[in-house]
Design a protein around this ligand. Sequence first.
Ligand code: ZN
Length: 138
Amino acid sequence: MPIITERFNLTTKGFTDIVDITEQVKKIINNHNLEDAQVMVYVAGSTASITNIEYEPGLLKDIPEAFEIIAPMDKTYHHDETWHDENGFAHVRASMIGNSKSFPVKNHELILGTWQQIVLIDFDNKPRTRCVYVQIIY
Ligand code: ZN
């Protein structure tokens, strides 16, 4: 089975910044004549994640608020005692969602629900440039 690997960069604000990357992923898929395929979206790094949400203003507040309960920013983390980079919360949050997500392509189309967008969430405690990989198996 052939594999295509492409990537794109984006900048984030950090602090659970949620970035809609659906159009970038679709653009890569549309550059290839794919009838049926499996598309894996991946971010390199241990403080960012790939998932899918309904990208709307309410959830853009609800998701950071939920993570503030699960892994609050003002808690002391053992990771920070080790590295003093003060982003223990970001590592814990990112590990819960994970770095990649796979999506099906059928009849040249990325299959997503009407209210489903692919997002990168950057949990780090500073702005970052992230490299997103899109790997296609067809
Ligand atoms: Zn760290």
